[in-house]
Design a protein around this ligand. Structure first.
Ligand code: NDP
Length: 477
């Protein structure tokens, strides 16, 4: 007997979305000139109008950050900076439900994820970095390491507040001030975070938030008052940023795309591995740079594995992101949906076999059913390009060596997974895989203490942990 789930919608009454927002500069909300709409991708409802930041807004934000750096922030001891970070972390915890609902409305991801993963991790990042602020001299980062000054931070739409935390927390802990640009489609939680900065009485100008589009991001990158760039987003824009700062003194960390391989050996516990593969690709609608978007299965178990995967996928509940039972929410934008549809179409035309469970997708909003492609070869575009959606490409292998060759045959190198019951095989495989993060018998596990980043076209540098701190510091005198 199976039971149907009754709808369990989270109330949105806790959030107060204003009709229009400006930028957050020098501790105050300032009005913008031109505006654009931000929508709920699950319903296409217009949530608010956001300011489109131009060069003069970026100038003002950088000037405020420079002033705050010179007059206040660089003069505070690490212990004092740490107190602000603790205060921010606690306020984030107190307002967690409000942030979770707002993130779900603006991004389309399920409330179950914003409530249980995104927002708790955001607070954890601030707590973790608060602890580091007064210990930098003892972190093995050189004698009296010094901040760079003003950090320009540009973040994507897939984990809006979490990417803000990954950027802002280490910058502040190390004594830098910040000018941050959230993604065009998901700026609302960054603007709510600005209120948290006010509530925590963070000195004016330490955090500045300028909303806008790619041109706003580009103005931040090129601004002479910015000393360090931290970017997460596409490899294409990452390359543009690398070109823009070449020959300057600016430091950069670039966290870019991926095409993570999940390698399943024939001795793996199949039910656990199926669960891990589902988490690896369908978490956050597959809008994850380190998603396990390629499944590399040992031939002997391939048929059984795929059958079990299909049974499990049939249980994925797709729908209203505010419903507490929902597993897979909306695609973040029409543009992203078109990109996923296009690449899935390429998979069909190149001869791979597509399968999705029956799903009742709403006519309003942007939706894509969880999908797998079998019969994929390394030549297929769906095996090489980042789809950034709930689409899994399945390849097979016969020998362990072949598995590693296939897993590493990508311009990216962000994440990988190994599934096996044999410890020696796991140790061997994890050493062969060319990826910044390799998980064994699990996937998509994040912790502020663990450095994250990639090889090859997946980017430069690491975020999180001690390695992440070093990106915001230079050698002391
Ligand atoms: P982008 O790389 O375009 O966007 C990331 C951030 O950079 C956004 O804030 C964006 O602003 C900004 N930006 C855009 N152009 C420039 C520029 N020239 N200089 C400085 N900043 C800029 O990613 P998209 O959102 O367009 O997504 C495109 C593809 O990128 C996705 O389909 C996916 O494959 C990949 N992606 C990868 C991510 C990852 O974590 N690795 C995250 C997001 C996307 P705005 O939002 O206004 O465009």
């Amino acid at each position: 007997m199976t039971f149907e789930y009754a709808p369990a919608p989270e109330s949105r009454s806790i959030v107060d979305i204003k009709a229009k927002y400006g930028h957050f500069i020098d501790g105050k909300f300032v009005t913008g000139k031109n505006h654009f709409a931000t929508i709920n991708p699950a319903t296409e409802e217009v949530l608010s109008q956001l300011a489109l930041g131009g060069a003069s807004d970026v100038d003002k934000a950088v000037a405020a950050a420079q002033k705050a750096y010179t007059k206040t922030w660089s003069k505070l001891s690490g212990k004092e900076r740490g107190k602000y970070l603790y205060r921010i972390a606690r306020i984030l915890q107190e307002r967690a439900r409000e942030f979770a609902v707002l993130e779900t409305l603006d991004n389309g991801k399920p409330i179950r994820e914003t409530r249980d993963i995104d927002i708790p991790l955001v607070a954890a990042h601030f707590f973790y970095h608060a602890g580091w602020a007064d210990k930098l001299d003892y972190a093995g980062l050189g004698k009296s390491p010094q901040p760079h000054g003003v950090a320009g931070q540009i973040i994507p739409w897939n984990f809006p507040l979490l990417m803000l935390a990954w950027k802002v927390a280490p910058a502040l802990a190390t004594g830098n001030t910040v000018v941050l640009k959230p993604a065009e489609t998901t700026s609302l939680t960054a603007l709510l975070f600005a209120q948290v900065c006010q509530e925590a009485e963070l000195p004016d100008g330490v955090v500045n938030i300028v909303t806008g589009d790619g041109s706003t991001g580009s103005a931040i990158v090129k601004h002479p008052g910015i000393h360090k760039i931290a970017f997460t987003g596409s490899t294409e824009v990452g390359k543009k940023i690398a070109r823009a700062i070449a020959g300057t003194e600016k430091k950069a960390t670039l966290e870019l795309g991926g095409k993570g391989a999940n390698v399943v050996f024939d001795d793996a516990p199949i039910d656990e591995a199926v669960e891990g593969i589902v988490n690896g690709i369908f978490f956050n609608q597959g809008h994850v740079c380190c998603a396990g978007s390629r499944l590399i299965l040992q031939e002997g178990i391939a048929d059984e594995f795929i059958e079990k995967l299909k049974v499990r996928m049939s249980k994925i509940r797709v729908g209203d992101p505010l419903d507490k039972n929902t597993d897979l929410g909306a695609i973040n934008s029409r543009e992203q949906l078109l990109k996923i549809q296009e690449l899935a179409g390429v998979g069909d035309s190149e001869g791979a076999e597509r399968w999705s469970p029956a799903c009742n997708l709403s006519a309003k909003g942007f939706w894509f059913a969880p999908t797998i492609f079998t019969g994929v070869t390394q030549a297929h575009r769906i095996a090489r390009e980042e789809i950034f959606g709930p689409v899994l490409s399945i390849l097979t292998f016969r020998t362990p060596q072949e598995a590693i060759e296939k897993a590493n045959n990508t311009p990216f190198g962000l994440s990988a997974g190994v599934w096996s019951e044999k410890g020696s095989r796991i140790l061997w495989a994890t050493q062969q895989l060319r990826a910044g993060v390799v998980w064994a018998n699990t996937f998509n596990k994040f912790d502020p203490a663990s450095p994250f980043g990639g090889y090859k076209e997946s980017g430069w540098g690491r975020e999180g942990g001690k390695h992440g701190l070093s990106a915001y510091l230079k050698e002391g005198k």
